[in-house]
Ligand binder design. Structure first.
Ligand SMILES: Cc1cc2nc3c(=O)[nH]c(=O)nc-3n(C[C@H](O)[C@H](O)[C@H](O)COP(=O)(O)O)c2cc1C
Ligand SMILES: Nc1ncnc2c1ncn2[C@@H]1O[C@H](COP(=O)(O)OP(=O)(O)O)[C@@H](O)[C@H]1O
Length: 310
């Protein structure tokens, strides 16, 4: 997949089959549209092109609240690449871009830059100054510009949005099973390893304390989870704890992970965590010894979930 950030330097697409969207999460619903895009491109011997925006329009519309993205732009790129898209075009979502007249959006942006053979577009896609353009305008201009138009119908669009909302709500309430089912892959995030209280090692379970690397990304709710990790070239299984460590009367939420069969010092490193399953809520234990016994059971549960996969 080629990724293009500069609209002035796009290649000449061959029979472009184009779709436009934010594709946050690249979840199962998005994957269906991507499947249709690829199938259409294959059928006519053309190239599949996904147009997306950065920053996410939600960030522009509500600049003071975290957009709670399911995927960062880099993550979205990697996921789309995995779905064999030919081109991803990342359009800077600027006030100037949003202010284009609707007809100019079609003639200068869509047609001028992409010369689309086919547009696969949501029935509710709005564009141009004050969102004045829509599917009807694309239909009106179809003959003049010679593109083919395929509408993504209302029920499909509403399912996409229901799915994204459900995924966000599930992640925030620690319901990893639902989120992963809707995503079609295990939810993942990245953290930088920071120093903690150095207690973990004293009970035989060193835990890398993580600081989220991306401020716009959604946060998983509290609990204990079975995970897979990747740090540098190393990968494996582990168990993740998100919570306020009630046993230690802590008040700050910590994100910490114990990595199985791992014995390296990794302060400052970036870890990628893939969350496979929710195990249990955070509990208050009478002593560190009881907590340690529980961690032993958590490890057994995690190993069972990981199976032979790691
Ligand atoms: C898998 C896992 C589950 C945990 N569950 C709990 C818990 O239920 N209650 C709690 O108070 N702390 C829990 N912890 C956090 C431990 O208290 C913490 O790892 C320990 O205090 C070490 O902290 P440190 O990394 O700052 O040294 C858990 C940690 C892990 C890795
Ligand atoms: N198996 C492991 N899982 C997690 N961290 C490990 C592991 N082995 C070594 N470490 C290192 O030990 C640190 C965690 O030890 P810990 O005593 O909990 O200290 P801290 O409180 O600073 O996290 C990690 O940041 C990492 O550098």
């Amino acid at each position: 997949m080629q990724v293009h950030f500069d609209l002035e330097r796009l290649p000449e697409f061959r029979n472009a089959v184009v779709t436009i969207g934010t594709f946050d999460g690249v979840h199962k619903g998005h994957q269906q549209i991507i499947g249709a895009l690829r199938a259409e491109a294959a059928r006519i011997g053309g190239e599949s092109v996904v147009i997306t925006f950065d920053p996410h329009p939600r960030k522009i519309v509500h600049p003071d609240v975290s957009p709670e993205l399911i995927t960062t732009l880099a993550e979205k790129e990697a996921l789309l690449a995995g779905h064999d898209i030919d081109h991803l075009v990342v359009v800077p979502f600027t006030p100037a871009f949003a202010a284009q007249e609707a007809e100019a959006y079609v003639s200068d942006f869509l047609v001028g830059r992409f010369r689309p053979h086919t547009l696969i577009i949501g029935y509710d896609h709005r564009f141009g100054h004050n969102r004045s353009g829509g599917y009807e305008l694309l239909e009106q201009l179809q003959e003049r510009f010679g593109y083919r138009l395929i509408e993504i119908p209302k029920h499909v669009i509403s399912e996409l949005s229901i799915s994204s909302t459900k995924i966000r709500a599930s992640l925030k309430s620690s319901d990893v099973a639902t989120a992963n089912e809707l995503l079609g892959y295990p939810f993942f995030f990245e953290g930088t390893v920071v120093h903690g209280d150095k207690l973990g090692r004293t009970i035989g379970y060193p835990t890398a304390n993580l600081q989220y690397t991306d401020g716009d990304k959604i946060r998983l709710g509290e609990g204990v989870f079975a995970v897979r990790f990747r740090v540098g070239v190393r990968s494996g299984g582990g168990m993740l704890s998100i919570g306020k460590r009630p046993t230690l009367h802590d008040t700050i939420e910590r994100v910490e992970v114990n990595l199985f069969d791992f014995h390296e010092e990794i302060y400052g490193a970036t870890i990628r965590i893939e969350v496979l399953a929710y195990l249990r809520p955070q509990e208050k234990y009478g002593s560190l010894e009881t907590l340690k016994e529980q961690l032993h059971r958590d490890k057994e549960d995690s190993l069972r979930i990981l199976g032979s996969e790691w």
